[in-house]
Design a binder for this molecule. Structure first.
Ligand code: MN
Length: 286
């Protein structure tokens, strides 16, 4: 039976590998995408490090984070992070959870993460802070129960990034690529903030700047340009894998080009397309 979601599984596998290649996720952490045909379902890898995820590892889950097709394979223990955000936020179509070294100092201290450069504007107006101890006391710090997941989603509220005390960060996006974009640039912002705090006083973006920068950077053009760049970097990294005799993701090049569907073409591209169309039309009439 053909898999109606083959392309989506492939794209999610690529997103997993990009986040590993860019140093956001190591052995732990995960990213998911909501099913575009059924908002009550989402896709996520089985229990596996992001860098190794294949399209065949991607499973479909209900919003209660149970596999749609019963399986014996091991699953991530923190899937409720994803399911409970999808329940609470119909506008969110992708969720990422990670423990990037640059954000951990903020999780350890409670120092607020603030937007410091234009691309940092993607962290939004505010990055709330969630401490599992407030409601659940001593735990192993993993977000595992539906109650913990729901509490975590409540803490995110209407925002796009949440810091988890003593743990890591969770991010939301309107699309998979937007979520990858935000996950990477908010981590870059955290790296910048650590350095900036060491040499001087922070001068964060104003609320108006955050809004304008976030809106501009997250436009399709910016996100697609960055996606093409990250896929190319991944291709270079995976070429080294291939040289080392390690299996690499098949057809990676198929998503190397940015998907510009839905974007208005430049005027010249539109004219070229028009000329090509009229040529074919003439040929067909002959
Ligand atoms: Mn975690």
């Amino acid at each position: 039976m053909p898999d109606a979601f083959a392309e989506l599984r492939h794209e999610l596998a690529v997103a997993n590998r990009i986040l590993a290649n860019e140093g956001i996720i190591d052995a732990f952490g995960h990213i998911s995408v909501r099913n575009p045909k059924n908002p009550d379902r989402y896709f996520i890898s089985r229990h596996r490090a992001c860098e190794l995820v294949e399209p065949s590892d991607i499973l479909e889950m209900t919003l209660d984070s149970k596999p749609v097709v019963p399986t014996n394979v091991r699953l991530y223990s923190e899937m409720v992070i994803h399911g409970e955000i999808y329940k609470a936020r119909p506008d969110v179509n992708s969720v990422c959870h990670h423990h990037a070294p640059a954000v951990l100092p903020f999780c350890a201290t409670g120092v607020e993460l603030v937007p410091l450069f234009h691309l940092g504007g993607t962290l939004g107006a505010k990055v709330p802070f969630w401490d599992s101890r407030d409601e659940f006391g001593d735990t192993n710090l993993l977000v595992r129960t539906p109650e913990e997941g729901a509490s975590h989603a409540r803490a995110l509220g209407a925002h796009y990034m949440l810091l988890l005390r003593r743990h890591g960060a969770s991010l939301a996006g309107k699309s998979l690529r937007e979520c990858v974009f935000r996950s990477i640039y908010t981590t870059r912002n955290a790296e910048l903030q650590l350095r900036a705090m060491a040499i001087g006083t922070l001068g964060p973006l104003s609320a108006g700047e955050v809004e304008k920068c976030g809106g501009h950077n997250l436009g399709a053009r910016g996100v697609e340009r960055a996606w093409e760049y990250w896929v190319t970097r991944l291709q270079k990294a995976e070429a080294m894998w291939a040289a080392a005799g390690l299996p690499r993701l098949r057809n990676l090049a198929a998503v190397g080009r940015p998907q510009t569907a839905g974007l208005a073409p430049t005027r010249r591209a539109a004219q070229r397309e028009e000329r090509a169309r009229s040529r074919t039309g003439t040929k067909n009439r002959r």
